[in-house]
Write a protein that binds this ligand. Structure first.
Ligand code: NAD
Ligand code: MG
Length: 304
């Protein structure tokens, strides 16, 4: 016989956030940049088994950069299960992660298109938008999620090349992508940027990365004003510590990986799956009065 419990969809059970997910200490586990989610221990939860869609993004066409792993992958799974077709961009080395995401999108009954390539190249960014528009038959959600983070104990150890990689990936690429996408974005479309708690309370070891996150918060607010009258909403998400490949592939020193997330109020890092619903909420039509906002998902600290 069916009990009420049997009818509770996966992911809708009442759960204690304190012990819902793995806690530090974690194993030391360096991977060369950009790293693979599939090789992490524990493997992050991107909502593969838990995200339940209800058609909130039916018919929408989304491009998510860095959609192979981490936060972008959680957004890609959720968008597909809400009824959107999704293009993901990632670096060619990340193909094993990307293949899994495309499979999940397809399994949700949606179009999943992999378009790998390096966002530090302006021409590639322009082509990415054109190809995404062709494959999807338009574009109405752009998630600028890809990001580069490399820990440096001292500003004196940041080479100009390394500084340039961080700026190109985190600031130039969103600029190039938004500029190329705008002619295709109809009223009702939206843009989502990836800020961080680093924008408000920068760590001593993330000088260059943190400043790009402050810049992202800033572009969200200026573009929201510029594009609001055209009916295009621009918002951002500011995560706290989230268990992703970026952190174990040079984003943090290994001793910080071991204790990663211990200072959140839950004593653990967030998992990408815990951000998915925020990306959905910022993209859905009924969020029509929400623009110029940064939504924090940060385990009890950070701003706003
Ligand atoms: P992740 O490593 O899973 O995702 C980052 C993605 O960026 C990679 O998968 C890669 O595909 C992409 N990328 C990097 N350089 C690229 C390039 N040159 N060309 C194309 N793609 C490139 O890690 P994540 O933590 O999910 O990161 C997603 C976003 O979240 C980033 O913008 C990051 O700054 C932000 N963020 C993460 C945390 C955290 O604790 N993990 C906290 C705050 C903000
Ligand atoms: Mg990746």
């Amino acid at each position: 016989m069916n009990t009420e419990e049997n009818f509770t969809p996966v992911g809708h059970n009442l759960q204690n956030p304190v012990d819902k997910y793995p806690k530090p200490p974690f194993e030391k586990q360096f991977q060369p940049f950009p790293g693979l989610a599939g090789k992490m221990n524990p493997v992050p939860d991107h909502g593969e088994e838990s995200y339940v869609g209800t058609g909130r993004l039916k018919g929408r066409k989304a491009l998510i950069t860095g959609g192979d792993s981490g936060i972008g992958r959680a957004a890609a799974i959720a968008y597909a299960r809400e009824g959107a077709d999704v293009v993901i961009n990632y670096l060619p080395e990340e193909e094993p992660d990307a293949v899994e995401v495309i499979e999940l999108i397809t399994k949700a009954g949606q179009k999943g298109i992999p378009l790998p390539g390096d966002l530090r190249d302006e021409e590639f960014c322009n082509n990415l938008i054109e190809q995404a528009v062709q494959h999807l038959g338009g574009l109405d959600i752009l998630v600028n999620n890809a990001g580069h983070q490399k820990t440096h104990e001292s500003i004196t150890s940041i080479s100009t090349e390394e500084f340039d990689r961080t700026m190109k990936t985190n600031i130039y690429a969103p600029f190039w992508l938004i500029r190329a996408a705008l002619p295709h974005l109809k009223p009702g479309s939206c843009i989502i940027g990836l800020s961080s708690v680093q924008a408000y309370n920068p760590s001593e070891n993330l000088y260059d990365y943190a400043l790009t996150k402050a810049a992202t918060t800033n572009y969200v607010k200026s573009l929201a004003k510029q594009l609001g009258p055209k009916g295009i909403r621009v918002n951002g998400v500011a995560p706290g510590p989230v268990w992703t490949a970026l952190e174990v592939s040079g984003g943090q020193p290994q001793d910080k990986v071991v204790n990663f997330g211990e200072d959140s109020v839950f004593g653990r890092p967030g998992q990408p799956a815990e951000l998915a619903s925020t990306f959905v909420q910022l993209a859905v039509e009924d969020a029509s009065f929400t623009t110029g906002q940064i939504y924090g998902v940060a385990g009890g600290y950070g701003n706003p």
